[in-house]
Design a protein around this ligand. Sequence first.
Ligand SMILES: NC(=O)c1ccc[n+]([C@@H]2O[C@H](COP(=O)([O-])OP(=O)(O)OC[C@H]3O[C@@H](n4cnc5c(N)ncnc54)[C@H](O)[C@@H]3O)[C@@H](O)[C@H]2O)c1
Ligand SMILES: [Zn+2]
Length: 397
Amino acid sequence: MSTAARATRLDAAFSLDYGYAVHFTRDAFDPANPVLVEALRADAADGVARVLPVVDSGLLEHHPDLPARLAAYAAHHADRIALAGEPVVLPGGEASKQDPRHVEEVLDAINDRAIDRHAYVLAIGGGAVVDAAGYAAGIAHRGVRLVRMPSTVLGQNDAGIGVKNGINAYGKKNFLGTFAPPVAVVNDERFLTTLSDEDWRSGTSEAVKVALLKDPAFFAELERIAPAIAARDLEAMGVLVRRCAELHIEHITGNGDPFELGSARPLDFGHWSAHKLEQLSHLRLRHGEAVAIGIALDSTYALLDGMLADDDWRRVLALFQALGLDLVAPELEDPALLAGLQEFREHLGGLLTVTLIDAIGSGVEVHEIDLGMMGQAITRLQAASAELDATRGTAKG
Ligand SMILES: NC(=O)c1ccc[n+]([C@@H]2O[C@H](COP(=O)([O-])OP(=O)(O)OC[C@H]3O[C@@H](n4cnc5c(N)ncnc54)[C@H](O)[C@@H]3O)[C@@H](O)[C@H]2O)c1
Ligand SMILES: [Zn+2]
């Protein structure tokens, strides 16, 4: 009998339902605000959720009363929430993802304070701290519960509301990570008021991205409210954050590939170069700043390729400019930038899939990028940016 004839197999097939709420609120630590209690659903016998807070040091600087207010909130809801000690404080920004020791700090606390699979890590901070804390939560005990409270625009409309966690390694962004949905997300608008202007506007580029890929009406709305956003109007920013988050959630839940098993990565529009630009700038460029440049670059490539109309291309550049985002950076001239395409292919595993747009609100996938034309796109974008700056300079008088 042949080996093949003797072969047998067992099929292990199952499916799981996931679901989590993304709450939008203001002042989540007001004891009268029920959102956080709702987010921290306990299934312990006594109905009390044990919670390990992890807090972003940069956020803490601007909200020094945060630990006391969280403690007071938990005390007020002592029948539902028990804090497992003082917050673990991680360095704000990319530093928390660059050094694996910070993940270890969270793991140590999970171990020392007996956070089990029914207890929570409550990650409060920017996208980076939330990514790092979420990664620690995802690997400890093969996954303890995670509730995220993103405190930046980018965190609340993108980084903090999805299913991915991770840190950087081997000089690569998000090389280590997990697909692990949170139990809930609480977006507290109040946090956004203390952001630096740079962090305030940097998060808006992901909203431009999803509008360009999926929602022309949202793009037009962003054009309308961009001046208010640039002037730090919290209400206008609320509109941007809310719709952007909604489009992200619709994408994650509706496209049939929440854990990115396929090679299509539609939401990575502009990101192959953005990730590389961040790295080449030694992280001087924020993620959102790099994404704006990456989108401007890939839109320019689409223009040169004859895919995108000139009017639409101009609207893309004008919106970034109205939001106060730069269209270029010196790193565009680094020859290593184009090597980023190859790395992106490796990250996807095989087939290169880059999302471009053929109109505002319409993303398309391509599997080939002409490097010569990409070089021309860089030159064209630099020229367009210089022109826009000159016009703006003239307009300002
Ligand atoms: N997991 C995902 O799906 C996903 C998606 C997109 C981006 N990301 C990641 O998100 C990270 C970027 O996140 P980010 O843009 O939020 O920046 P960030 O986390 O680097 O934070 C920016 C700065 O703001 C400070 N800060 C945070 N909240 C503040 C507040 N309320 N007031 C004042 N300062 C505050 C931080 O300390 C930091 O210095 C990147 O690492 C990126 O890779 C992850
Ligand atoms: Zn992004």
